[in-house]
Design a binder for this molecule. Structure first.
Ligand SMILES: C[S@@+](CC[C@H](N)C(=O)[O-])C[C@H]1O[C@@H](n2cnc3c(N)ncnc32)[C@H](O)[C@@H]1O
Length: 428
């Protein structure tokens, strides 16, 4: 085995030749898949991850550290050009390029400035050199930064929720001490955006363009990440059992008792999935709750797939108004909040669970914090959530929250490699 560097005591040395051979093997498999007109996305991801580790291990340490400085300027340039919609100005079809001077003209910017910015992105392969001198074409990646591509909104949010606060961390901690934000205000996000006294969504509301990007990014996330399913084989926890539950009349005598309340349910994606897939579940037994502006948007949209669902404004920090439902769902809610606030949100649904139904559940459906050595993408999301005053959590952290809220964890559902978890809770 050939190792290029001294490994810390107790760790396995990195075998650079074995890694290169594995890389070559995988590269051949990928090339074969592409040659046959196909693709293999998991293999691409594995290959890229191996290559990233390989690049760090093969680098001289100082070069590995310096490479990150290049990433910083790369982000600075593409985020600026996305905000100027500059990627929209590079033709995708004939002639397939734009000269630096034309681009500068269209952007009302100095040609010398545009040359410096674009040249950097060509150097980092984000853009390609055009066919004539001083021109630029799209690369394999850059169409994703065009404003009509939902990935560009995700990129804007990655900067606004992530990098902008990250670079303010020293000032933030100097001001507030070395603590996690305990509440919804005075978060690194609000601090970096100049309104420390406001919660993140109010800061977003003050920045309508960013807010619109955020909404589109959330929709894109659903498309790319796929909604976290709660029915069928791919679900970590299948809620379909609700369909065979007996329909009962609500205590106030008005209509059917709710079988499921989707708390902070957004545009109703989860309930639509349920109503499409769960035989025996009727819209009248489903409740969708969210903030007034979201509920207004749901009502305006008038989606026939939600017809009959009880749709209501409700603040999930306040006592739950729909009492005695069989299931309360909190999907992608708690990650936005500190422990104290998350416990309070949980308490509201815990208190509303029926006393006389052993099967009644609170379901927390979330991205999880991986145990042990996590993929860096996972710890990255956790740090972005830190900026917003929230966090990712692992099993132990959820058990602590549930206990404090008067709930008992019936089962923590997860599986290797799945980024999500479902915490199935009942009244303690
Ligand atoms: C990340 S989205 C998740 C939406 C949905 N649960 C899903 O999984 O698709 C968070 C949702 O919580 C809603 N929300 C935020 N604060 C709220 C509050 N105080 N009361 C009720 N809903 C709230 C937001 O409007 C948004 O729809």
């Amino acid at each position: 085995m050939t190792t290029l560097s001294v490994s810390p005591p107790g760790t396995k040395p990195y075998d650079i030749v074995a890694a290169a051979e594995a890389l070559l093997e995988d590269a051949k498999r990928l090339a074969a898949a592409v040659d046959h007109g196909g693709d293999n996305v998991p293999l691409r991801r594995k290959l890229a991850q191996t290559a990233r580790t390989f690049a760090v291990e093969a680098s001289h340490p100082i070069d590995a550290v310096k490479d990150e400085w290049v990433t910083a300027s790369d982000i600075a340039v593409w985020s600026l050009l996305v905000s100027w919609k500059a990627f929209d100005l590079i033709p995708l079809t004939s002639p397939g390029y734009v000269t630096f001077s034309d681009l500068a003209l269209k952007l009302d910017a100095d040609e010398s400035l545009i040359t410096r910015l674009v040249t950097h992105l060509i150097a980092t392969s984000k853009l390609s050199a055009g066919p004539v001198p001083n021109s630029v074409s799209h690369s394999r990646l850059s169409p994703l930064y065009i404003s009509t591509n939902p990935v560009s909104d995700l990129a804007i949010i990655a900067v606004g929720n992530g990098f902008k606060p990250f670079f303010q961390w020293p000032a933030y901690f100097a001001r507030y001490g070395r603590h996690e934000p305990p509440g919804q205000t005075h978060t690194p996000f609000s601090f970096a955006w100049g309104h420390a006294e406001l919660p993140p969504w109010e800061v977003k509301a003050l920045n309508p363009e960013y807010s619109a990007s955020f909404k589109r990014a959330m929709q894109a996330k659903n498309i790319f990440g796929g909604d976290i399913p709660i029915t069928g084989k791919s679900a970590l926890y299948d809620v379909s059992w609700l369909g065979s539950q007996r329909t009962t009349v609500a205590k106030d005598g008005r209509g059917a008792r709710a079988k499921i309340v989707d708390v902070g349910g957004g545009m109703g994606h989860l309930l639509k999935e349920l109503l499409e897939n769960v035989e025996g579940l009727t819209p009248q037994e489903c409740v969708l709750q969210d903030r007034p502006d979201v509920i207004e948007a749901v009502e305006r949209l008038n989606d026939p797939r939600l017809e009959g669902v009880r749709v209501m404004s409700h603040d999930f920090h306040d006592p739950q108004v729909v009492r005695g439902a069989t299931v309360y769902v909190l999907r992608r809610i708690l990650l936005d909040y500190s422990d104290a606030l998350a416990v309070n949100v949980l308490k509201q649904v815990a208190d509303a669970l029926p006393e006389d139904d052993e099967e009644a559940r609170v379901l927390i459906i979330e991205l999880k914090l991986f145990e042990g050595i996590s993929p860096p993408q996972n710890t990255h999301v956790d740090l972005v959530m830190f900026n917003l005053g929230g966090k990712l959590r692992n099993e132990k952290m959820y058990r602590d929250l549930a206990e404090k809220a008067g709930l008992r964890v019936v089962k923590y559902h997860d599986r290797a490699g799945d980024p999500h978890c479902v915490v199935e809770c009942a009244k303690a």
